[in-house]
Design a protein around this ligand. Structure first.
Ligand code: SDX
Length: 430
């Protein structure tokens, strides 16, 4: 919706720029005409004040700690729905009816097997390969196995590729885990729901029947819901940019997996747990708080702070509750890591530095404790984040591909390098 114009004045020239309003949240100034009319670019490294696209999928209010998927609060979806319902909502924009949900579950379930030759693909990795390295490679490799769903101009192929990735990434993730511990791959089981099937593929063995713990399956499913999408974060922006060139969907999602791996992003859950283990006991917390505040020390409190949330990450609150639920179910009464985490949170939330910089726990602060208690090694934590975020990346990629105004993303720069100069023969160089 148009909301009038803003005027940009520079060097005595006035340039009118359209202002557009969204449904909720900040309006935007359309700066597209700026270069043509003023011969200048805007400059915003890290995109702290830049809207890269128009989207109807996810809304975040960082000041209020609000997260909506297609308008529905994350708290309600995590409480009342399941992950595949959230997948349907993110992809199609509405909550499914009972028959739509049953059909969607059926279709996803029947795409969970991977091409049998992919098992040989894994043999090329060392057993101690990081599961994220395996996931980046194997998701990209899907385009080498499923050529019949790589034509992005065909809506049918886009839909099949989407279903294949939502269904097969859990299988690949479980295979990466099994390969790292030297256990045989477990085939998916169609009589299990999505998340129970994933736990079966991770923790089941051919020697005996695996019975998923319903409390842990529900907790895992809720963790997937919390991680499903998050507006134009770094990995989603990577997927959109890769997709804008027309790259096939598997390659675009593999690019998202690669970006998510970084410790400033999805890799923070692995880094946060390692930090809690390094702190070890509550009495060492002040030492780490001091390091986090020291400008000369690159150390940061992993799992704290966020580009958008300047209030409590609503996902972190649900994550904290889920942590207690899982520890109770497993009979873990006094987890030293949880003690350190809760004391660290208490101290940080009362520390002037963290208050002034509005640093709160984010989704990665508690997730590691929960996942470790469930039996996952630390190296699998970001893989689980990528598994859940696959649907968010696909929904955002689909929205971009279907946007008639979309074009290849190609940012410009502020050039501060050498001005033009002539080549010097090597004999004349000193
Ligand atoms: C995710 O974007 C998303 O939506 C991501 C995500 C998603 O769902 O996709 O929510 C998932 O990535 C969550 C974030 C996980 N990362 C971490 O927990 C790593 C630790 N956090 C920081 O690296 C940092 O907070 C970021 C990267 C998350 C945000 O960094 P910004 O927005 O670039 O903020 P900044 O680095 O400019 O920090 C502002 C100030 C700085 O101090 P000054 O230079 O102003 O003096 O706050 C300080 C920072 O030094 N600061 C921290 C801190 N985070 C920021 N100081 C200590 N510990 C921290 N964790």
């Amino acid at each position: 919706m148009s909301a009038g114009t803003g005027t940009f004045s520079i060097d005595g020239k006035n340039i009118d720029l359209a202002v557009r309003e969204g449904t909720i949240g900040p309006s935007v100034v359309d700066i597209a005409p700026l270069y043509k009319n003023a011969g200048m670019f805007t400059y915003d490294p890290g995109f702290t004040s830049t809207a890269s696209c128009e989207s109807k999928i996810t809304y975040i209010d960082g000041d209020e700690g609000v997260l909506l998927y297609r308008g529905y609060p994350i708290e309600q979806l995590a409480e009342h729905g399941d992950f595949l319902e959230t997948c349907y909502l993110l992809l199609y924009g509405e909550l499914p009816t009972a028959s739509q949900k049953a059909d969607f579950d059926y279709r996803v379930t029947r795409h969970t097997m991977v091409h049998e030759q992919m098992t040989r693909f894994f043999q090329g990795f060392r057993r101690d390969a990081h599961p994220m390295a395996i996931l980046v490679a194997s998701v990209g490799a899907l385009s080498a196995f499923y050529h019949d769903s790589t034509d992005i101009s065909d809506p049918q192929q886009r839909m099949i590729a989407s279903m294949r990735m939502i269904a097969k990434v859990p299988t690949l993730a479980a295979m990466a885990y099994k390969y790292s511990i030297g256990q045989p791959f477990m085939y998916p089981k169609n009589n299990l729901d999505y998340t129970s099937n994933f736990l079966h593929m991770c923790f089941g063995v051919p020697c005996e029947e695996y019975v998923p713990n319903p409390v842990l399956a529900r907790a895992m499913d809720r963790i997937f819901i919390l991680h499903a999408d998050h507006e134009q974060n770094a990995s989603t922006s990577t997927v959109r940019l890769a997709g804008s060139s027309g790259a096939n969907p598997f390659a675009c999602i593999a690019a998202g997996v690669a970006c998510l791996w970084g410790p400033a992003h999805g890799g923070a859950n692995e880094a946060a747990l390692k930090m809690l283990e390094e702190i070890g006991t509550p009495d060492r917390i002040p030492e780490f708080i001091a390091r986090a505040k020291d400008k000369n020390d690159p150390f940061r409190l992993m799992g704290f702070g966020h580009r958008v949330y300047k209030n409590y990450d609503p996902r972190a609150k649900i994550m904290q509750r889920t942590t207690h639920e899982v520890l109770n179910e497993l009979g873990i009464k006094d987890d030293p890591l949880l003690d350190v985490a809760m004391e660290l949170e208490r101290i940080a939330l009362h520390d002037e530095y963290f208050i002034e910089k509005k640093l709160y726990p984010n989704i990665d602060f508690y997730s590691g404790i929960t996942l470790k208690a469930m039996g996952f090694p630390t190296s699998m934590f970001t893989v689980l984040f990528a598994l859940a975020r696959t649907v968010g990346w696909i929904a955002q990629w689909k929205e971009m591909i279907e946007d008639p105004s979309q074009k290849i993303g190609r940012p410009r720069q502020l050039y501060t390098g050498a001005p033009q100069r002539d080549y010097t023969p090597i004999a004349q160089r000193s």
